[in-house]
Design a protein around this ligand. Structure first.
Ligand SMILES: Nc1ncnc2c1ncn2[C@@H]1O[C@H](COP(=O)(O)OP(=O)(O)OP(=O)(O)O)[C@@H](O)[C@H]1O
Ligand SMILES: [Mg+2]
Length: 349
């Protein structure tokens, strides 16, 4: 198998708060391979956005990151801000959670896509004022091409339109266009479809899939919707209270879920054929300053046993067809639960 294009090793992101330290991301290990689509799934407050922001070094002080973020073998956590700006947008683009707060209401959409190109100076010629007209024309051509590619109709006419003149779906397309302008190798998409109705949601997902297939762009899709991840992703990592509790390829995680949290999320997906009643997971994500001892999901878990509150459990390989698969990167199915472990470890892994 190819080398991962992005690898998180023991990534931990801590925010000091008045009520104590919040470990929003706790010892996360993940590998993203070229062309892969990885879903990062979990309820609100599980730390999904913080993982993406940590990858790009966008955690403001006093928040701090430990561990490694290896992109093409280079540790991004060691780079200066200036060096990081070269990576952001050009190599790794991010689509933020809320389109309207990301788009600048005071500038035409086309100009905002062009700005993304200019920041990285991708087209030949001087990028400072006065721009030569040839360069301006080439930039605009590229912007129109990207607008067309993400399905914004009549791009020439809409180049000068302002964000408020776009519908929600079109704003989301514009954000994807900004992300794609520099042809990045990785797209980090944070809940890109949450604010949209289902038909538009399906179109945006189809668009991202096409981008993935045509350009080989690797994607991390953050979503609280396991159903969406099941449809769209090759691999799924389920997060709970800052930790990965289950990870594997989509068939493993959806067909043979091992962690009671994953099983609970699956029971929350509507089944239109069966019309079986949804079974919500009781309770809510714990306050990260007051985590329960042992497994953080314990207080909500239907299979809770006293031993679950006593220590942490490592991610363990899941036995498929009675056999524990050898560890092949990206392929192994793992879960962090008492059910899978014969032994307990007293400390963090
Ligand atoms: N700057 C910060 N300071 C303090 N706590 C923070 C900060 N940013 C995030 N957190 C906390 O970290 C935890 C994870 O937040 P995060 O936004 O990553 O969750 P999420 O999974 O993306 O949730 P959602 O689905 O609601 O977007 C939350 O408990 C949040 O309150
Ligand atoms: Mg979020």
């Amino acid at each position: 198998m190819a080398e991962p294009i992005l690898e998180l090793r023991n990534l931990t992101t801590v925010f000091p708060t008045r009520r104590g330290e919040v470990r929003a991301v706790d010892s996360v290990n993940l590998a993203l391979y070229p062309g892969q689509i990885l879903g990062l799934v979990g309820e609100s407050g599980c730390g999904k956005s913080t993982v993406l922001l940590s990858i790009l070094g966008l955690i403001a002080r006093p928040g701090r990151i430990t561990g490694e973020v290896l992109f093409d073998g280079h540790d991004l956590t060691k780079l200066s801000n200036r060096e990081l700006r070269q990576v952001r947008g050009k190599e790794i683009a991010m689509i933020f959670q809320d389109p309207l707060s990301t788009l600048n209401p005071a500038f035409p959409v086309g100009e905002q896509i062009r700005e993304s190109l200019r920041l990285h100076n991708l087209l030949p010629g001087p990028s400072f004022w006065p721009l030569d007209s040839g360069r301006r024309r080439r930039e605009k051509e590229r912007v129109l091409q990207v607008m067309e590619e993400v399905g914004i109709p009549a791009p020439e006419a809409r180049y000068r339109a302002y964000p408020h003149q776009f519908s929600g779906g079109m704003q989301q397309r514009a954000l994807i266009a900004i992300g794609l302008a520099c042809n990045p190798r990785i797209l980090l998409a944070d809940e890109p479809t949450t604010a949209l109705d289902v038909t538009i949601q399906a179109q945006i997902v189809a668009l991202m899939k096409r981008i993935n297939q045509e350009h080989g762009t690797a994607i991390i899709l953050v979503t609280h919707d396991l159903g969406l991840a099941a449809e769209f992703c090759d691999h799924i990592a389920v997060m709970y209270a800052g930790r990965i509790v289950e990870i594997g390829n989509v068939d493993q995680v959806i067909e043979n879920p091992q962690h009671p949290y994953t099983q609970g999320l699956l029971r929350c997906i509507p089944d239109l054929k069966e019309r079986s009643p949804l079974q919500p997971i009781p309770g809510s994500v714990p306050d990260l300053t007051e985590l329960p001892s042992g497994c953080a999901f314990g207080p909500r878990c239907p299979e809770f046993q006293p031993v679950c509150a006593e220590g942490f459990f490592r991610l363990q390989p899941v036995a498929e067809n009675g056999q524990r698969k050898a560890h092949r990167s990206g392929e192994v199915h793992m879960a962090r639960c008492l059910r899978l472990t014969a032994y307990r470890i007293p400390e963090d892994d």
